[in-house]
Design a protein around this ligand. Structure first.
Ligand code: SAH
Length: 406
């Protein structure tokens, strides 16, 4: 994959940005570029120089984004050719392949910046890959990238997904659309895969993220391990991942609560896919289509042994932060009221703009105000196929609390 376009794009950064890049931060904002030798096009390989005109780093240029350069490599100069990209993909794959057995076939192969592929996510659901792009910079590079991914991951099909801002320019400028099958056999429906031996569908063409919340795998395992004999409320259930794990773990009742009928239908299908598992078949499954805040605030009296609160991101931008924290606090307060003595509350957040500390403190504060005794069991972060290597990457956090018996 050689850089498209004319002569090398050369950039000089502000001293502060130079220091950040040297320390490994992968983003350079447009206002941190002091000068550049020419206009850059999306996907250009930019060479960053330090204040003494020495080589600093290589990155991908995106003229349409305030996040102008996403760093690929820092240190000594390197030749970025097909072999370099292949080695980089193999490195990410080797870590995952060693970590998953045959009973888990859905996982994140490449987690963007954290794996050296800035703005690019690659998930696999069995033999179907889903490539999600968060910067236009990758679009001119797809021709070289797709065969590499197909062969290294041994895929049957590769689906393209685009963040909203990239989708806007993809068709006009690059002839690509959200949901395109980039290579292999056509994909026209949800794709089945395994997680810890349980069967799930992922709506790879249109579903949220790449079709499934792979990032909650570790929490689903924990939930499965603590569900025996209990009644479980899965609030913001989406396609019911937590519920299926809880059912196999021996829950007598699982309630999926989501505002989306589409999500609840998928959750019912996922439960059905596992009807051959005796514990899953034995569990009572209920779907409730409602706003979580309203449902929890109303219909008092119904309590559970395990309450899961895994809402969508509440802070899309920094200015949403305070509002998000208030919403997390309110949600924790409402959720706690539904936990039976001896039961557990799992509260999660996927807002990158709310730090783990702020989130955990918010939930702890809600506990104190509730005046009910809860013991903190643990706080957890990212699963190993979703590494987080720079501050802004730490989006996922969760806290487990057990309500005292009296
Ligand atoms: N816990 C899920 C992922 C949650 S995604 C999993 O592990 O797979 C967030 C979900 O919350 C979506 O399905 C969305 O439809 C739902 N949602 C968003 N706002 C909601 C609200 N106010 N009340 C109920 N559901 C809501």
């Amino acid at each position: 994959m050689s850089a498209p376009g004319p002569g090398r794009l050369r950039l000089h950064l502000t001293p502060a940005a130079e220091t950040a890049v040297r320390r490994g931060h992968p983003w350079v904002y447009a206002d941190r570029i002091r000068r550049q030798n020419r206009e850059g096009a999306a996907g250009d390989l930019a060479v960053l120089y330090d204040r003494h005109d020495r080589f600093l780093a290589l990155g991908l240029y995106d003229p349409g984004s305030p996040l102008r350069v996403r760093v690929l490599h820092v240190g000594e100069p390197v030749v970025v050719d097909d072999a370099w990209w292949a080695a980089r993909l193999d490195r990410a794959m080797a870590v995952r392949e060693a970590g998953f057995g045959a009973d888990t076939t859905g996982w994140r192969c490449v987690h963007g910046e954290n794996d050296g592929w800035p703005g690019l996510v690659l998930d696999r659901y069995g033999e179907v890959g889903v490539l999600k792009l968060y910067t236009e910079a990758w679009l001119p590079r797809l021709e070289a990238l797709v065969p590499l991914i197909m062969s290294r991951l041994r895929l049957r099909s590769l689906v393209l997904r685009l963040s909203r801002n990239v989708a806007v320019v993809a068709e006009g400028r690059h002839g690509r659309r959200e949901g395109d099958v980039l290579a292999g056999e056509p994909v026209d429906r949800a794709v089945e895969f395994l997680e810890d031996g349980l069967r799930f569908e992922s709506e790879v063409l249109r579903g949220q993220k790449t079709g499934f919340y792979l990032d909650q795998r570790d929490n689903r395992r924990r939930v499965g391990a603590m569900a025996a004999g209990g009644r479980v409320l899965n609030a913001f259930s989406f396609s019911g991942g937590f519920s299926v794990h809880a059912a196999r773990g021996g829950a007598v009742e699982v309630v999926d609560l989501d505002i989306s009928g589409h999500a609840l239908a998928s959750a019912r299908r996922n439960m059905g896919l596992n009807a051959g598992v005796p514990m899953v078949a034995a569990a009572r499954h209920e779907s409730v289509q409602a706003d979580v805040f309203e449902w929890l605030a109303g219909s008092p009296g119904r309590v559970f042994d395990l309450v899961i609160l895994d809402p969508p991101s509440m802070a899309r931008r920094e200015s949403d932060r305070e509002g998000a924290i208030a919403a997390y606090g309110r949600l924790a307060t409402l959720g706690m009221a539904r936990v039976r003595p001896g039961g557990v509350l799992l509260a999660a957040s996927c807002s990158a703009h709310v730090s783990a500390e702020a989130f955990h403190e918010t939930v702890r504060g809600a506990v104190l105000r509730a005046g009910v005794r809860f013991e903190e069991l643990e706080t957890v972060g990212h699963p190993f196929d979703h590494p987080a290597v720079f501050p802004e990457a730490h989006y996922l956090k969760a806290i487990y609390l057990r309500r005292a018996l009296r």
